[in-house]
Ligand binder design. Structure first.
Ligand SMILES: NC(=O)c1ccc[n+]([C@@H]2O[C@H](COP(=O)([O-])OP(=O)(O)OC[C@H]3O[C@@H](n4cnc5c(N)ncnc54)[C@H](OP(=O)(O)O)[C@@H]3O)[C@@H](O)[C@H]2O)c1
Length: 373
């Protein structure tokens, strides 16, 4: 190639690079915009058009407040059997009473049932006992149609490690949910065998902050090597939510007839949206809260996102395996960050393998504590 050809070819690739970068920027601006300001009344599934859930069984972790409360209310109102697994008994009992009062008997609606089981994700002893209690209440013919791993915490500075010595944000938002999902995998698989294809699911909430502030690759390699190496609580929150996407993708990819991670169970992740709930309690007064406060909506729309994740026929195991990611109020993400998409792929597939590494990290932590096959 002579020097003229070389300069033309360099200019061409610089132009292509600039166009790609501009397209990515436009996509990322559009993506943030549509998650801050989703189409009004755009949710495909709401309380009014949700089919009857009579005969189905659900677990909503953190069902006493915010999104989990609205979701538990709607599922109960549709006739579902809802187990609320959460930390504070008083809050759960008050929530159950409020939900029941929302559907007075004289309305003649066929409501379901609501039961509280104590579980503090920061203590795996209680995750284990909650799973055991659920299985015993369901009995040998029991089922579990959807596990909503909804409970979560916001960014908390200088948080203490969990009871078993793990990083606080990751324990509440991701690792605790992993332990629960692993303990409930046999009943999820059994239910999947008796149910229409792709209808048994585990829901993993993420956040807009995954794409906004999580580190390159979603979860730092340093974190996997030493979970206390990352100090910034906002990053830990965002990263623990990226981690949920990794878990959904890896669980889905590992579904097999004989493996320990289940068969026929769809694990799906996504950002439920931005809402006025208790999740902001630790960041009140900080810039991030002032900024988000302007766009926070009623948490019922977060529950509507969950309804889409749990019941939409657009969601299949194939989509989940491909790492598809949901956004509020029940749509597919228009195009996630490239480094995050690469994290979902193994090194043999041209990716970074970070999702696989994180999943394996969780499996080791879980096995240190609970008996898993
Ligand atoms: N709100 C938003 O803008 C937003 C945005 C993106 C993602 N999300 C995600 O949506 C999910 C629900 O959050 P939310 O906004 O509804 O918050 P919320 O109102 O604070 O509700 C959180 C629920 O989780 C429970 N919980 C907290 N720590 C727990 C623990 N260690 N063990 C068991 N349960 C625990 C809480 O129980 P207590 O009654 O004991 O407090 C409460 O019921 C979270 O995963 C959150 O990250 C929310």
């Amino acid at each position: 190639m002579n020097s003229y050809d070389k300069s033309v070819s360099t200019k061409k690739s610089t132009n292509t690079g600039t166009i790609v970068a501009l397209c990515r920027l436009a996509m990322s601006l559009y993506s943030s915009w549509t998650q801050f300001f989703p189409p009004r009344d755009g949710a495909p599934l709401k309380e009014v058009n949700l089919p009857s859930q009579v005969g189905k069984v659900f677990i909503v972790t953190g069902g006493s407040s915010g999104l989990g409360y609205e979701l538990s209310r709607i599922l109960y109102g549709a006739g579902g059997k809802v187990y609320i697994l959460t930390r504070t008994k008083k809050n759960a009992e008050e929530a159950i009473a409020r939900i029941q009062a929302h559907y007075p008997e004289e309305q003649g609606k066929e409501t379901g049932s609501l039961e509280f089981i104590h579980m503090d994700l920061e203590d795996f002893n209680t995750v284990k006992s909650a799973a055991r209690e659920f299985l015993s209440r369901e009995g040998p013919d029991g089922r579990l149609d959807v596990l909503f791993n909804n409970a979560g915490t916001g960014s908390l500075k200088d948080a203490s490690p969990s009871r078993q010595g793990h990083e606080y944000h990751f324990t509440t938002n991701s690792l605790g949910g992993y332990v629960l999902a692993r303990l409930l995998t046999p009943i999820l698989t059994k239910t999947a065998q008796q149910s229409p294809k792709d209808s048994v699911r585990v829901i993993w909430p993420t956040s807009l902050l995954v794409e906004a502030i999580s580190p390159k690759g979603g979860v730092r390699k340093e974190f996997i090597e030493d979970e206390f190496s990352v100090k910034n609580s906002d990053e830990l929150y965002a990263s623990s939510k990226a981690a949920n996407w990794f878990l959904a993708s890896e669980f889905s990819r590992r579904q097999s007839e004989s493996g320990p991670f289940g068969s026929g169970v769809v694990h799906i992740a996504g950002n439920p949206g931005n809402y006025t709930t208790g999740i902001w309690r630790h960041v009140e007064g900080r810039l991030i809260h002032h900024f988000f406060k302007l766009v926070l909506r009623d948490p019922v729309h977060g529950a509507e996102t969950y309804l889409w994740m749990a019941f939409s026929e657009e969601i299949t195991l194939e989509e989940a395996k491909a790492g598809r990611y949901v956004i509020c109020d029940g749509r597919w993400h228009p195009g996630q960050r490239k480094d995050l998409l690469l994290a979902l792929k193994g090194e043999d597939e041209g990716g970074s393998g970070r999702a696989k590494e994180y999943f394996e990290w969780c499996e080791v932590r879980a096995k240190e504590f609970v008996d898993l096959e």
